[in-house]
Design a protein around this ligand. Structure first.
Ligand SMILES: NC(=O)C1=CN([C@@H]2O[C@H](COP(=O)(O)OP(=O)(O)OC[C@H]3O[C@@H](n4cnc5c(N)ncnc54)[C@H](OP(=O)(O)O)[C@@H]3O)[C@@H](O)[C@H]2O)C=CC1
Ligand SMILES: C[C@H]1O[C@H](OP(=O)(O)OP(=O)(O)OC[C@H]2O[C@@H](n3cnc4c(=O)[nH]c(N)nc43)[C@H](O)[C@@H]2O)[C@@H](O)[C@@H](O)C1=O
Length: 331
């Protein structure tokens, strides 16, 4: 019986991973699934994480809890993003080791790569240049997470792995008007404009940056694919000091094009304008996904299909009993 702790199970990615694990359990796989809400266990508290790991002693840990937000949130709350993410990673990874956890998977982000880097970005581009300013503190914390896993593996022989997702979206996303990522922000803004009959929707920046979007159900599948790889296969496809694996679709599009797709899905018929006073961030960050493809995993959910399903989910979450969309969470 494998005992798996999913940290961050109420978030978009942790929730999708938990649903997949639950389905496996329902199908007869011998699994015990452990979760704690943020209110039950604050992962920035070293003592609380130590007591929890010592009491539960899981076999496997999936670290999908983090302080997460879009370009504005990262730029506005840099101290929160570096402090909370470093604390969560240090506590979860070290206390997992101290409690004898044999395998761990942690989620990083495509923003770990330098701002000006050959595209598509290969795993070995890590630490070859200067980071994008709008999310440097978050990226530094995510790089530290990779290096924590590598260091425990090198010194203690653990089997701790890291996946680096591109921009994600899907059911369970955060649709906050300013602190969310671009896709949920635009779904909400275009939906509201379509409902009110507004003539114009404004998107941030120039509309020219390129982004790659992966559906969260694909991300959950990729995470468990990497987690379940035999140790010799993982090690043969990574290196001791370059142990992370990119996860994406391998294709990208401009922010203006994604805005046009969201307009179509939501039924918005008006004009789209850009706001150059808002930051563009990185101009391009396309993942090289050949390492994962060589091991046998590829994304399956197309953007059009994924967007339509996410919009259906968003509409179903509207009209929560508090009179506020349940999907809109504070950062
Ligand atoms: N969304 C995206 O586009 C991308 C995400 N990622 C990475 O994927 C992972 C999951 O992200 P995602 O699911 O989108 O994020 P969410 O914000 O949806 O979920 C994060 C979860 O972590 C929990 N959490 C945060 N801080 C703490 C804490 N101190 N103690 C306990 N729980 C905490 C949150 O709980 P609560 O809400 O109660 O605070 C929430 O349930 C993260 O590592 C993120 O960096 C990487 C690339 C892109
Ligand atoms: C996953 C990744 O996410 C973050 O990086 P990002 O990709 O730059 O984030 P984003 O999704 O917020 O924006 C993407 C692009 O879209 C434009 N844009 C237009 N209109 C809106 C808009 O309304 N909201 C937002 N958020 N962006 C908008 C915006 O100006 C930018 O050009 C990291 O901080 C970090 O968290 C990280 O790792």
């Amino acid at each position: 019986m494998r005992k798996i702790y999913v940290a961050g199970h109420r978030g978009m990615v942790g929730g999708a991973i938990l649903r997949r694990l639950q389905a496996r359990k329902d199908a007869g796989e011998a699994l015990t699934l452990i979760t704690r809400t943020h209110a039950e266990l604050d992962l920035t508290s070293q003592a609380a994480v130590r007591d929890f790991m010592q009491a539960e002693k899981p076999d496997v840990v999936i670290l999908a809890a983090a302080k997460v937000g879009g370009i504005h949130a990262n730029n506005t709350y840099p101290a929160d993003f570096i402090y909370e993410n470093l604390m969560i990673e240090c506590n979860v990874i070290h206390q997992a080791f101290a409690a004898g956890v044999t395998r761990l998977l942690q989620l990083g982000s495509s923003c770990i790569y330098p701002k000006a880097v050959p595209q598509p970005m290969r795993e070995d581009a890590l630490l070859t240049g200067t980071l994008e300013a709008t999310n440097e503190p978050y990226a530094v914390a995510k790089i530290a997470g990779i290096k924590l896993c590598e260091s425990y593996n090198r010194q203690h022989g653990t089997d701790y792995r890291s996946v680096m997702p591109t921009n994600l979206y899907g059911p369970g996303d955060n649709f906050h008007p300013t602190n969310s990522h671009v896709l949920p922000a635009l779904i909400r803004r275009f939906h509201e404009a379509a409902q009110s009959g507004a003539e114009v929707v404004t998107i941030w920046g120039s509309g020219t940056p390129m982004r790659e979007f992966l559906h969260v159900d694909d991300m959950a599948e990729a995470s468990l694919f990497v987690l379940d790889l035999p140790k010799d296969v993982y090690e043969a496809n990574t290196e001791p000091m370059l142990s992370h694996i990119n996860v994406g679709t391998g294709t990208d599009l401009s922010i203006l094009d994604i805005a046009r797709m969201v307009a179509e899905v939501t039924g918005f018929k008006g004009r789209i304008e850009t706001d150059p006073t808002k930051p563009d961030g990185t101009m391009r960050k396309l993942m090289d996904v050949s390492r994962l493809a060589n091991m046998g995993w590829r994304a399956k959910i197309g953007l059009k299909e994924g967007l339509a399903g996410t919009y259906d989910w968003f509409k179903a979450e509207q009209g929560d009993i508090r009179g506020q969309a349940a999907a809109i969470r504070p950062v």
